[in-house]
Write a protein that binds this ligand. Sequence first.
Ligand code: OAD
Length: 284
Amino acid sequence: GIDPFTKMTRPSSDLTAFREHFAKAKHIAIITGAGVSAESGVPTFRGPGGFWRKWQAQDLATPEAFSRDPSLVWEFYHYRREVMRSKMPNPAHLAIAECEARLGQQGRSVVIITQNIDELHHRAGSKHVYEIHGSLFKTRCMSCGEVKANHKSPICPALDGKGAPDPNTKEARIPVELLPRCERKSCNGLLRPHVVWFGETLDSDILTAVERELEKCDLCLVVGTSSIVYPAAMFAPQVASRGVPVAEFNMECTPATQRFKYHFEGPCGSTLPPALERHESEAV
Ligand code: OAD
């Protein structure tokens, strides 16, 4: 519709119209951010709960912070890994995974492009996931570069019981040889979380694959992201500029909202399941 005051077109919140696009789409791209995990109890970055001790992620998720104080940065990631043990996928993750499986049987594809490092899409059963910011549960060796899945709890004995988020917690100051180390014989390099930190670039193979998906999709959903961190912030606007319908699911408007065809406001655990449930026209 046209806003009578601003004369700008507003995104529609007509679920029936969205469902008509959904019924016809052959390749659906779903871009997700921290908001998709909010109802699982995982704090978002820019919402309340974005602090650990006296820092925000932007302060510790940097290569400079890690080289200055690897013990502190590992405490932070150890805490975030341990927190995830008590968190479960929510109805939004499950609706996405169920939709991928169901449409797959109809020869249609659903791909998830997530900025989240919590692996909740995998745990919900999604198969086709691009983790563009990496994973809390992967490590990368600073010496040999090996990337490895790692779900150990604790990740190393020295971090056991460390990482408490309270601002008055004393720093563990773990000697670097007792932090997580590469298990490859003759390497023993320092491991770091395999996540993309501020000031680092995204993996170019993943970006190329994501670009291909964005060019192929005929429907795009953008769920629970503030759309301010690049390059992910430009993915959905880029799809919209091709004339492909984009639907945003968020608690509020974002800087990108005006560029989209649909905007569904509210918690995505409530708004996504009815949007993605089986359409009456579906064969299976
Ligand atoms: P943000 O914390 O910036 O934004 C979360 C978004 O989710 C906001 O727009 C909220 O309105 C929305 N939201 C919150 N709860 C929701 C719910 N229940 N349902 C729907 N939407 C909800 O998180 P991201 O956009 O993911 O990067 O942040 C992007 C990147 O910035 C992160 O991947 C991280 C961060 O710094 C790196 O670490 C490299």
